[in-house]
Write a protein that binds this ligand. Sequence first.
Ligand code: FAD
Ligand code: UQ1
Length: 428
Amino acid sequence: MPCKMYSSVRKFGTLSKHIPSAFDIAIVGGGTAGMNIAWKLGRYYKKLNIALIEPSLFHYYQPMWTLVGAGIKNFESSVSNFSDLTRNLRIVKLRDKTVEFIPEENCIRLATKGYLRYNYLVVCTGIELDFQRIKGIDEAFQKDNVCSNYSPDTVQKTWKCLQNMESGNAIFTFPNTPIKCAGAPQKIMYLAEDYWRKTGKRDNINILFNSSLPGIFSVPKYAKSLNEIIEKRGIKTNFRHNLIEIKASENVAVFENLDTGDKVPFEYGMIHVTPAQKPSEILKPIGDQAGFVDVDKYTLQHVKYPNIFSLGDCSNLPTSKTAAAVASQSGILFWNLVNVMAGRDPPMKYDGYSSCPLVTSYSKCILAEFDYDLKPKETFPVDQGKERRSMFIMKSTFMPLLYWFLHVTGRWSGPGKLRKLLRFGLSD
Ligand code: FAD
Ligand code: UQ1
């Protein structure tokens, strides 16, 4: 479908005295993906009229929350002001929420500023947390023994839960939907186990990983290592168990056995909740059946609207939803978008690269890296399936620096080049 250019758009007038209502490129969402893309485009295409639409005052480095929950980092180190990150970015920044996509008209509607017309659109609104699928969750969060690393409102409770826990069941859950960072629900469990062992409480605590999934991790190489750790450290797993209710007054969590349909109650001393997650309702006009933005898995271009691109957690790219995946996607999307704008075919193909630093203790980490085929695609010339101190230092010290100095300034597009350099001459 040919794109309607914005000469026909003048009737939309201006959003305000200084802001036009038509843009060469509109970027919806200024999180991990939007910030990187906005900087890439803003830095190299100064003549383009670009808008970045983001409602939040804050930008979160969510991968830090695993370490915040374990008391290793403070919450403040995971937050930056959106305005600080974009001060020198010479594009139009609109603090507003997109409430409607009208792709046939090359148009979006903003909650307060009205309609905005674009020639090209990049959609990166992330994935929404759906805590309300768990009956009783609001009352449960009032208690000291219920926490979640997944929300900025609850992540600081996790460390208190770990410290307060003395005995009984410590339950870590994994929901029955796609989630961001599929490793995060178990990383905090390994950290908790290490903490309770070091503080002499471990013998009184029974650790349970109650997951909707059928196994510990999707990539066989890393699943093998993780199963060995679980066995060695006496953690119990209940797969195909989905949390549906918390009875906070009784300290009971109810799980549905996804194979039999039975409702199974578990008493808990503490519970770490990973909520169900879903794409935003507003994505429907550009979404697939599940509601995620429907893009080609290699080019990141929309399958129906060629002037729309998407990346990150809101897209239907069939890989693990992580910041690491976003970084690799950002380079591909950038080159494909600018080529399509110049009338050429998208030249770059995304191979599904994603990565999950699986922190397994206060000093060790398995750095999982893999592609669409769930084949390891490791950056470093060592066996990354082993727990390593070097990888823990990479996760806790190097990655935050990389994120704040390279990623959110658009200078990082994943470890592809680093990998080529470090693994020169080595096979996969
Ligand atoms: P987000 O970064 O969530 O950004 C979405 C943005 O869109 C937000 O700023 C939001 O305000 C905005 N938005 C939403 N709706 C609208 C709208 N209607 N209009 C305009 N703007 C809108 N990844 C890793 O690589 N490594 C890790 O170790 C890791 N650990 C994690 C641990 C935890 C506990 C969590 C929660 C995540 C972790 N991740 C990790 C995952 C990573 O944070 C996400 O995959 C990544 O942030 C996705 O980027 P995104 O831009 O798609 O979404
Ligand atoms: C990465 O690129 C990234 O995004 C910025 C992450 O999120 C914080 C990661 O956790 C990882 C592991 C990568 C990949 C980078 C390297 C150096 C392997």
